[in-house]
Design a protein around this ligand. Sequence first.
Ligand code: MIG
Length: 793
Amino acid sequence: SKEDIKAGEFFPGAFDKILSTKEDTWDILSDSGVTLRISVLSDHIMRVRYACTAVFEDDFSYAIDPYRKWPDVELHMVDDDQELWFKTKHLHCKISKTDLKLSFYTAQDELINEEEKGFHWEEDHLHGGQIVQMTKKSPKGERFYGLGDKSGDFDLAGKRFTIWGTDEFGFHKDQDPLYKNIPFYIAVHDRLCYGVFFDNSFKSYFDFGSERTGVSSFWADGGEMNYYFIYDQNPIKIVEHYTAITGVPELPPLWALGYHQCKWSYYPEAQVREIAARFRALRIPCDAIYLDIDYMDGFRCFTWDEKKFPNPKKMIQDLETEGFKTVVMIDPGIKVDTEYEVYMSGIQHDVFCRRTDGPLYAGKVWPGDCHFPDFTDPKVRSWWAALYRELIADYGVHGVWNDMNEPAILDVPTKTFPLDVRHNYDGHPCSHRKAHNIYGMQMARATYHGVKHFGHPKRPFVITRSLYAGTQRYCSAWTGDNIATWEHLSIANLQCQRMSISGFSFIGTDIGGFIDTPEPELYVRYMQLAVFHPFFRTHSSGDHGDQEPWSFGKEATKHVRFAIELRYRLLPYIYTTFYQYIRRGTPMLRPLSFVYFDDPNASLRQNEFLLGDHLLIAPILKKETKKLEVYLPKGDWYYLWSEERFSGKQLIHIKCSLDRLPLFVKAGAVIPIYPLMQYVAEKAADCLYLHVFYTEGKENSYIYEDQGENYDYEQGLFLERHISVSGTKSSISITQYRRGRYQPPYDVIKIILHGLPFKANPTQKALRLLDSGLWEYSVDQDFEEVTVESIDH
Ligand code: MIG
């Protein structure tokens, strides 16, 4: 394609010389004084930086996991007449000496990606610095995925996006930008895939063939061209590499994976108690209840409205006795009020953001004029963390919800801070232009440290609205102010999958929609989908109708209860999936187009996805759906609600009724199920169910368990079960290998056998025929092998 170079664009020029600064890092100098720095993190990841004026910025990023150690990599450098090559085992990078353009190849010499204009920049005469840009070639049919919470179709090709966290109340499909800032994408073409993480916190842009066909580009309003190029054999692995760079969370407390009930706002205390009691009376499981801004005294963070909540400590304790955790909102804006302790402490400790010329910045939020802590200053983060003492240590609050941290400001057209506001940026002083996209992340980080400290030895739980790449290390998130429409149900499905493949798995949406009230059918379908989202919470703006599981009539309540019960039964499976996420960076929600990336039909699908290794969810996203077309990828799949077995690589049609969401289990899978509880650890489980889905051949499953609330797992108090199922025409055997020292509360495992192609021999005494027609086999939880044979064996 023809490059159209514009006036004012600068290019690196030709190769001059090469210097090795460290073993894994090379500086390539151009004849115009540009330095290209290549460093190798692993066989699959290279980092590319440019200094337009020979001086690099201090190498500092909020996104990067500081604890990640990269193993040594074998690297070959080849310097010939025309080109420089950097070669790892799996990824080769070629640099042309005439213009310093890069291309990436596989070890088999397949072209993964090459630059078009490559790196170039424009001078920013107003602010100083450069607008740094990168333009790459994009072969026909290339698809693009990622970028966090974008609300359009899953494939981002043909569009342009901006990364600039924005409070978008009632956002719509394709609205951009939204709340989250994840400058990471995955591209797929010709059965090759790669990832690009552009770690630059300025306002940045991604153009996937919208401006010019055949090119993709990304650029930022300042900072460095600094990106990571990732190559591997499938997109799930690309996400795993990205997650290795930016980090994973700790295990959440198990209750955080239960059902949560929220509204803007539940008050006074009597109403909170009433809602909680209603859950128990109606036998709808629930683990957490939220207090939105109205619990505060005049929206002053870290205070209580004593009229509405005369004795928060007692209320929180009583709720806890009933199995409810209390989560409260904390916003970044601190009311300007000399009678308010937190404000005065902030002034005294000089924590608030200032304008360029010195005055404190004041912006309007709920309480009126506020000052805003500069969370990018480590001293301020410590100050903020310490503020949680009373809430967490004294009152017993279990989790904290950080809102409005884009940061969002009312009554100004830009919806945020003026750009001249100053930030410490951990010792790299800068303006809001650079700090905007990481502000919410640093708030959530400070909150996480406070909640963790005062809640110790319990695991912390924090939820945030805004975030930057890497924020998954600290907390969960929700997708912001959605609307109770069917279109938003589709958006929710795509946003959660997209966040998951953007390294952020602990994500959910306001079930039913934040704005407006859903019709009963929509609420039921919404709930059924959200069962499979890692963060599982109903929330609504509260100024329309009620939005509790029982608010939509008898029939809907029944279906909603069934959905929530399914969630609780599946908790060991979901917890295991979370554990796989933190162990390997594997996204919890896995789009079909990612897992079955070599299947061209799967790559055309965007609604179905997998949760974990073995469950395929086919959400119902349209009103009055009677029949759903579902694409099943390779392998055999059981339709959970009928035991019917389908072979994959085909489109099937499923008859739908309102009580069930189409759910498929991979043949050979073992799905762990807990006995139903009304909240996590309501009682000691007396058994673990293992639902085993027959396959002819072999399939492995993995289950992770621990105490669920503290850090004992770090001392080896966890339990891993590696289970394999192998089936023949006349037998099935299930073998287990266990690791870890956690003693589960149950002694017995009940194995439920699905899909046996033979009649089991009932003389085995452990075997019992259930009403459902399935066989159940009771066995010690530490069994090593179980075999069930055909009666005619
Ligand atoms: O714009 O605290 O997204 O979940 O209920 C309103 C009140 C401010 C926005 C959040 C929403 C929350 C609401 N907040």
